[in-house]
Design a protein. Structure first.
Length: 276
């Protein structure tokens, strides 16, 4: 495990790795082979040395591809897993030792969560609290209203994926904004990522007002993710890695971007600081 006083460096808090030989769930996409080494090289060019590997929906609860990548990282990286709500203590301990610090509920993808998310969250909550793990939610904005009650009930830190689904066409007075504000007020985090999933096209100028509004709510509880390798795109048409940083820089400025990449992410994903 890396020491808490390691030199400041940037974090990319949302990447995936894929092994073309690994079986996938049907009904979604067939991923191209994308290795840890490939994303480490891309990220390093932007001063990013630490990654959060997020379990892709196509692998379900089989986290083995992600775990192999964590091992190759030799403690540099963290991960968010997808687990069965009945997972045993020993397996959770194994995931924690490997670098997993949260679980993901994907309520969007065709191969995403198939059960009752509220019931499954309640089943997992005591074990997640014991380990200081957070819950990463990928959902559409119209489902945000479900989360404040679950956050209060479980006492867990919630992280909202891909700008919480607060897309470019969302009305200023939409109920989702009130739900996001309630979550932020109770300590939730938000991930600045997935721009092309939010009704915008590069350079994503339509998302600058939502990003600024989100920043006014969440303040230091914002992290950034590239969403590499951009599974919404053909393998030969991937967005430029640096382009995924542009909306944060344009909306909030360079100093804020540096804090988001370094200080904010460090406080959420390292063991020496409180996740909340």
């Amino acid at each position: 495990m890396l020491p808490c006083d390691m030199p400041a460096t940037g974090w990319d808090c949302h990447v995936h790795v894929f092994d073309a030989a690994a079986p996938v769930r049907p009904g979604h996409y067939m991923p191209a082979h994308r290795s840890l080494d490939e994303i480490e090289r891309l990220a390093a060019a932007q001063g990013v040395a630490r990654l959060v590997l997020v379990q892709p929906s196509v692998y379900g609860t089989d986290n083995s591809v992600m775990l192999r990548a964590l091992a190759l990282g030799e403690g540099r990286h963290r991960a968010v897993a997808v687990v069965d709500p009945a997972i045993g203590e020993r397996e959770l301990d194994r995931l924690h030792a490997a670098g997993v610090r949260g679980v993901r509920f994907n309520l969007v993808s065709p191969a995403g969560h198939a059960g009752d998310p509220g019931a499954d969250l309640r089943m997992l909550a005591p074990r997640l609290r014991e380990r200081g793990w957070h819950v990463l939610w990928y959902l559409h904005a119209d489902r945000l209203a479900q989360l404040p009650v679950w956050q209060a009930e479980t006492g867990l830190t919630f992280v909202l994926d891909h700008l919480a689904g607060l897309h470019a066409g969302l009305a200023d007075d939409a109920a989702a904004w009130a739900a996001a504000e309630a979550l932020a007020g109770a300590g939730a985090w938000i991930k600045l990522s997935g721009w092309y999933r939010l009704g915008a096209v590069a350079p994503y100028a339509a998302l600058l007002p939502p990003i600024r509004r989100v920043a006014s709510m969440f303040g230091p509880r914002m992290v950034w993710g590239s969403d590499w390798p951009h599974t919404s795109f053909a393998p030969d048409r991937l967005p430029d890695y640096e382009s995924t940083l542009f909306p944060v820089r344009a909306a909030l400025g360079e100093a804020a971007l540096v804090s988001i990449l370094r200080d904010h992410a460090h406080s959420l994903y390292t063991d020496c600081l409180s996740p909340s």
